[in-house]
Design a protein around this ligand. Structure first.
Ligand code: CA
Length: 340
């Protein structure tokens, strides 16, 4: 296969702290011999495991970019055993535009794996992660949130994997992240995901959904920052911290099948009848959609297809046909102590 056009300005094998770029040539009207400059930090201290930490896979999700920018500015090589590679804004053009997909090619990075070295800008980014960064990593953490159109209870997530041992290792890392919720996640369409690429490469992979609405809160950023530390301690890259005064717990959730999802079959005005984190009975009304073109018409009621906990919801006040209105997850176990 063709070589990647992306050149790193950092040396992945050098000890110390390096802040540089992944330089992706991109010729366009405003810059004939220009490049997309994707910021990257590499912090290495001798031999040991490598953790790859990523945010901004979707450009309108902010907990990852904020918490990873904090980490990149403060983490010192002396704190580390092995190597941490930090890319806070994976799909950098999308991040700069504040949009889920790239303004250059409309590419959704998390549907573009394994990518192509001679494809679109987004496919070139995917290819570089696939063939150059994933092989360096033992542990991979990709921080997501709901973006502008979804909102979530804060959770770390893994997938059900064909290899039970790998799944157990991912599950242990998810619990070390220690978000308020920990999810066994079902993907409706797993083709092209960074998740799938990392899992198929045998990595310990954890993803998150930490909030949404196209912004971040003090609480969701704190969950991200604490979770990253727990993940790095679990990986053996950071030393373990003394136990917290008030031990944290996580609630294990599961999305066993497609009945978790409620999809809108109408356009209109959305009234959520349950809030995130609330318990929902099977058959209970979770949302109403009003016809926004006239008065005097009863709204359409959407009922939960299973009982559980409202884990995700459509964020904007207007909803369209085909939008995910809500996700109801099974509560497997509450009050699991977090330990790295
Ligand atoms: Ca996302």
């Amino acid at each position: 296969m063709r070589a990647s056009p992306i050149q790193p300005t950092v040396d992945f094998n050098a000890d110390g702290e390096q802040h540089g770029f992944l330089k992706l040539p991109y010729s366009h009207d405003a810059s004939a011999w220009g490049a997309v400059m994707i910021p990257i930090t590499v912090i290495r201290n001798g031999d040991g495991p490598t953790a790859l930490l990523t945010g901004g896979n979707h450009g309108d999700e902010y907990e990852g970019p904020i918490a990873l920018s904090q980490l990149a500015a403060t983490l010192r090589a002396d704190d580390v055993k092995g190597r941490v590679i930090i890319v806070p804004f994976m799909n950098y053009p999308a991040f700069r535009a504040g949009s889920r997909t790239s303004p250059i090619d409309r590419g959704n990075l998390n549907r573009s794996f394994p990518g192509k070295p001679d494809g679109t800008v987004t496919e070139k980014i995917a290819d570089y992660f696939q063939r150059h960064l994933l092989p360096l990593a033992d542990y991979v953490l990709d921080l997501h949130a709901g973006g502008r159109t979804l909102d979530f209870v804060p959770f770390a997530a893994i997938h059900v994997l064909p290899e039970a041992q790998q799944q157990a290792r991912c599950e242990a890392a998810m619990r070390a992240f220690g978000a308020p919720y920990s999810m066994r996640m079902l993907e409706l369409d797993s083709v092209g995901l960074f998740d799938t690429a990392a899992e198929e490469a045998g990595k310990v992979f954890v993803s998150t959904e930490l909030g949404g609405g196209g912004t971040a809160t003090a609480q969701s950023v704190a969950v991200a920052a604490r979770g990253i530390r727990g993940f790095l301690q679990h990986a053996g890259v950071l030393a373990h911290e003394p136990p917290e005064d008030a031990p944290r717990t996580t609630t294990l959730l599961d999305m066993p099948d497609g009945t978790c999802f409620t999809t809108s079959e109408h356009d209109g005005l959305l009234e959520m009848c349950k809030d995130l984190g609330e318990t929902v009975e099977s058959g209970e009304v979770i949302a109403r959609i009003y016809d926004a073109s006239r008065t005097g018409v009863a709204p359409v009621e959407y009922r939960a297809r299973r009982g559980g906990l409202l884990a995700a919801r459509h964020f904007p006040g207007l909803v369209g046909i085909g939008d995910t209105v809500a996700v109801v997850a099974d509560v497997v176990e509450r009050g699991i102590p977090v330990s790295v």
